[in-house]
Design a protein around this ligand. Structure first.
Ligand SMILES: Nc1ncnc2c1ncn2[C@@H]1O[C@H](COP(=O)(O)OP(=O)(O)O)[C@@H](O)[C@H]1O
Ligand SMILES: [Mg+2]
Length: 508
């Protein structure tokens, strides 16, 4: 006969055993491992344990108490759990889990616990921060007012992002979601050189190690690791590490925010994060809800994203901008996780496979994408040229769908189609070529003014490149002035008009 013991029966037996010790030792904060497996431990005896408390196991392994039940505590194990066996003792630490923060993290690649994994030696941080922090309240904040330039024309013009904002980047796999974030990080190089860096934290969740390595090499190549930290919890890391990674990255960003500086944190991606959390929750026997996700996944993601903020001037005016990425499955934006995250961000950038394969890259669907607060932060010059851009593109989309049926077109319609085609061409942008905002404005301005209407569509890109080069060579003074003032003054627009006429004479 096979004798099977249920966890409750074991609990009862061990309780009797332990109660007798406890009387002698007065140890409320020490427990015993009852069951262990799949990075989950069930512990008996931690009567004083609080939710989310950090637990100390033997062999230097830590855990987090997630389920507080009547007799037992369910915990997730961080790090190498293979040495943990039944019957081992567990201690409460009275703390929540924390990670090292501050300047020592810049340029490093760390795991979800903030431990270095780049072979560049220990991280000598003099400060740690709990990975779960309270989000700033309403009084501690102020509306976003400075732009966070992505360097991507389609985004900076039509879906502008402000410092302190949360903007979701959503789309199927292979639509350029990661690419947009990497370009945004690269584009912060100029801020870094100007001595006012936007510190970037790229959190990789559940990705292949080789992919994360690729990101690191790219950032290094473009000199972007000088102000960037990578937090990596890859697909080969246990689910608990993937679960805490975004919180760790957020804590690192908060440190910059709270010291009057600017930070940008990217969560790549929250779909995989939700899957990791679903895994640990199911193992902890939490009741599954919609799509088998635990009911508190919404709360978890809002807690994370609410920590992005633009702080009030009294608190130093620092900011933490968040760009969460959510990968959709076959374009299903209405699945549980996408709709959740859409509702707790200040807008979203929709990327579409169809556009991507049609060569429109970045594959931003301008009709569906919005930024609800970034407009306030957009600089004046861009605001001026971008308004009509959005309208022209919207009209173009409508007409283009309509004229597919091939009817005779009147002149005005044909002109609108012409303009739209060229604007679309202008908004295409290769990877790793973020563009300074004054150049973006210049090219959109001349397109709006109709200077491109008689340039063949397949030459628009050459025209753009040549014209910007020409501007840099011949009108560097005005361009520089424009860069500083960020206003499309009469002088600037006159210069642009003059320059484009000149340039056109020799363009063929
Ligand atoms: N603007 C772009 N122009 C050309 N290729 C791009 C562009 N953006 C992304 N790509 C390419 O598309 C592929 C998918 O991009 P990636 O950012 O990895 O997608 P995702 O993160 O959505 O899965 C990559 O090979 C990348 O190099
Ligand atoms: Mg990606």
């Amino acid at each position: 006969m096979v004798l099977e013991l249920r966890a409750e029966e074991i609990t009862a037996i061990i309780r009797q055993e332990i109660e007798s010790y406890k009387e002698e030792l007065k140890m409320e904060s020490v427990g015993t491992v009852l069951q262990v497996g799949d990075c989950i431990a069930r512990i008996y005896g931690l009567d004083q344990c609080k939710a989310s408390e950090l637990l100390e196991f033997p062999h230097g392994v830590y855990g987090i108490a997630l389920n507080l039940e009547e007799d037992t505590v369910g915990a997730i194990l961080l790090g190498d759990a293979s040495e943990i066996k039944e019957g081992m003792t567990v201690k409460c630490t009275g703390q929540v889990i924390s990670v090292p923060v501050g300047d020592a993290l810049v340029g490093r690649v760390v795991n979800a616990l903030g431990e270095p994994i780049d072979g560049k030696g220990p991280i000598l941080a003099d400060k740690r921060r709990p990975i779960e922090g309270r989000a700033p309240n309403v009084v501690q904040r102020q509306p976003v007012k400075e732009p966070l330039q992505t360097g991507i024309k389609a985004i900076d013009s039509m879906i502008p992002i402000g410092r302190g904002q949360r903007e979701l980047i959503i789309g199927d796999r292979q639509t350029g979601k990661t690419a947009i974030c990497i370009d945004t990080i690269i584009n912060q190089r100029s801020e870094y050189e100007a001595g006012n860096p936007v510190y970037c934290i790229y959190v990789a969740i559940g990705q292949k190690q080789s992919t994360v390595l690729g990101v690191m090499e790219t950032l290094q190549k473009y000199g972007a690791m000088d102000y960037t930290t990578i937090v990596a919890a890859t697909a080969s890391d246990p689910a608990p590490m993937q679960y805490i990674a975004p919180f760790s990255g957020c804590a690192m960003g908060e440190e910059f925010r709270d010291t009057g500086r600017h930070a940008l944190v990217i969560y790549d991606d929250l779909w995989k994060h939700a899957v990791a959390y679903r895994q640990v929750s199911l193992l902890l026997r939490r009741p599954p809800g919609r799509e088998a996700f635990p009911g508190d996944i919404f709360n978890l993601h809002s807690r994370l994203l609410e920590r992005a903020a633009k702080l009030s001037n009294e608190l130093g005016g620092g900011s933490l901008t968040a760009l969460p990425i959510v990968e959709t499955q076959a374009g299903d934006f209405s699945a549980y996780i996408p709709t959740n995250v859409i509702s707790i961000t200040d807008g979203q950038i929709y990327l579409e496979s169809d556009l991507f394969y049609a060569g429109i890259r970045p594959a931003v669907n301008a009709g569906l994408s919005v930024s609800r607060v970034g407009g306030n932060a957009q600089n004046k010059a861009m605001k001026k040229v971008a308004g009509s851009l959005r309208l022209d593109l919207a009209q173009y989309r409508e007409l283009a769908a309509f004229t597919k049926f091939g009817s005779e077109l009147d002149k005005a319609t044909q002109a609108q189609l012409n303009r739209g085609e060229r604007l679309l061409e202008i908004l295409k942008q290769p990877q790793y070529r973020p563009m300074p905002v004054e150049q973006q404005v210049s090219i959109i301005y001349i397109a709006n003014q109709g200077y491109l209407d008689d340039v063949p569509v397949n030459r628009v890109k050459d025209f753009e490149q040549g014209f910007l080069q020409y501007l840099k060579e011949k009108y560097s003074r005005v361009l520089e002035q424009f860069r500083v003032s960020k206003e499309l003054t009469a002088e600037v627009s006159n210069t642009l008009n003059e320059a484009v006429v000149e340039f056109k004479k020799n363009f063929r």
